[in-house]
Design a protein around this ligand. Structure first.
Ligand code: C2E
Ligand code: CA
Ligand code: CA
Length: 405
């Protein structure tokens, strides 16, 4: 399946055509509690039938894990990806994630990763719509031009989500998460504009802004908590740029943030098999910056590359944390990832921890750190202050904290 996708992307890049991936999974309800194996088989048969009718001959279809993926390349089928998704969803209790790559835009792992994120979004949608598309519409839409202006006009904000040590729950670091304070639409989540920024080429500028803002902020917090780690997300598109590593180091120099306290979060697909990206990471790693693999477990990359990459941290995707239910089956993937982290001597961080029970199970499985709504949502800088030890009250901060009691 992955090879078929790689070929399709190469063909698409040559012919100037887009390529779409449609990733189909069963509804959680139909998949697990729906029980009977015959029912599950019947649902898949229905899905197969709809796909046979809706796709063009030559569009490859194959299983990826428990899910079914199809590569769409005929220009009409790419345009109709949503229509195909709608048809599948009306025939069976399915959820569909769609990701589209412009010619030469993504490699196979990145595109599959994006389809997997879209599938997860489709599964979690509060409006119940059974399909989701990774990233909104391409350039030319008013939003794209607005976004270019927004970075320059100072409409971006950074929220900070605490990352805590297990089992104590004391602050180990923060992850910087960008928001767009849109003048009319209010505070927008990154899902609404980061994919767009990647498409229209604003991501490099956005990324530089976030790193500058967050490292300047974290440098101030370090006066209270010197060991504080700062995690910043990096999009695969940023790693493509030759000067990326040099820019990162220049920004840290300017903000006075120590490279040894910075963790750059990249997704599996972004680094594997891209020699230029690996070279950038090596430069950063040599400078003392740590590299985390984000959403670990959702990609389809070969695990054997892992040992060769300059990786220091695995972030267990929150999809696997959600499956923890005290049984060995529910915890299987989490346990495998955490064990892998131990073998490779990596730091492990569980994402999306929403309950005490999950935190306890993760601790038992040997996970080092956790992040999630159970501890705190992403917070504005002013609210994060409360997480810092009051300890050494310095002169200039006494206005914020009041006199010591
Ligand atoms: P991510 O890196 O996986 O970030 C974690 C996301 O999970 C955040 O969503 C966070 O709000 C959410 N989250 C945290 N705890 C919980 C929990 O307990 N339950 C649930 N259900 N969700 C939780 P957010 O802030 O909407 O960010 C979405 C994605 O946008 C991020 O996923 C990251 O991939 C991307 N992103 C955010 N900031 C930046 C940035 O500055 N640059 C780039 N390139 N991407 C960014
Ligand atoms: Ca992240
Ligand atoms: Ca993540």
């Amino acid at each position: 399946m992955r090879e078929a996708l790689a070929e399709a992307l190469t063909r698409g890049a040559r012919a100037g055509r887009s390529t779409a991936v449609l990733l189909v999974g069963l509804d959680a309800a139909a998949d697990r509690t729906g029980g009977a194996d015959e029912d599950v088989a019947a649902h898949w048969a229905e899905i197969g039938e709809v796909m046979r009718r809706s796709l063009f001959t030559g569009d490859p279809v194959g299983r990826i894990g428990d899910d079914l993926a199809a590569v769409l390349q005929d220009i009409r089928s790419v345009d109709n990806a949503e229509a195909v998704a709608r048809r599948i969803a009306s025939a069976a209790p399915a959820r569909i994630g769609i990701a589209v790559a412009a010619p030469g835009e993504y490699g196979p792992d990145d595109l599959l990763h994006r389809a997997a994120l879209a599938l997860r979004q489709a599964r979690e949608r509060p409006d119940g719509n059974p399909w989701a598309c990774y990233g909104p519409e391409p350039a030319g839409t008013p939003l794209a031009d607005e976004l270019r202006g927004a970075v320059a006009d100072g409409q971006l904000r950074v929220l900070y989500q605490p990352i805590v040590n297990l089992p104590d729950g004391d602050l180990a670091g923060v992850e910087a998460l960008v928001r767009w304070a849109h003048p009319e639409r209010g505070l927008l989540d990154p899902d609404a504009f980061v994919p767009l920024a990647e498409r229209v080429g604003v991501i490099a500028e956005l990324g530089r802004w976030v790193l500058h803002e967050a490292s300047a902020q974290a440098a101030r917090w370090q006066r209270r908590l010197p060991a504080l780690q700062l995690n910043v997300n990096v999009s695969p598109r940023q790693l493509d740029e030759n000067g990326f590593a040099a820019q990162v180091l220049a920004i840290l120099e300017r903000t006075g943030f120590f490279p040894g306290n910075l963790v750059l979060e990249v997704t599996e697909g972004a680094v594997i098999g891209e020699p230029a990206s690996v070279a950038q990471l090596a430069v950063l790693s040599n400078a003392g910056i740590r590299i985390a693999l984000d959403d670990f477990g959702t990609g389809y990359s070969s695990l054997r590359y892992l040992a060769r990459l300059p990786v220091d941290v695995l972030k267990l995707d929150r999809g696997f944390v959600a499956e923890l239910d005290g049984t060995s089956r529910g915890g299987a993937v989490a346990q495998a990832v955490l064990r892998l982290g131990q073998i490779l001597n990596l730091d492990t961080v569980a994402e999306g921890v929403e309950s005490e029970a999950q935190a306890r199970e993760l601790t038992l499985l040997g996970c080092h750190k956790a992040q999630g709504f159970h501890y705190a949502r992403p917070l504005p800088a002013a609210e994060l202050q409360r997480w810092l030890p009051v300890g050494d009250l310095s002169r200039y901060e006494s206005e914020i904290w009041g006199p010591e009691v």
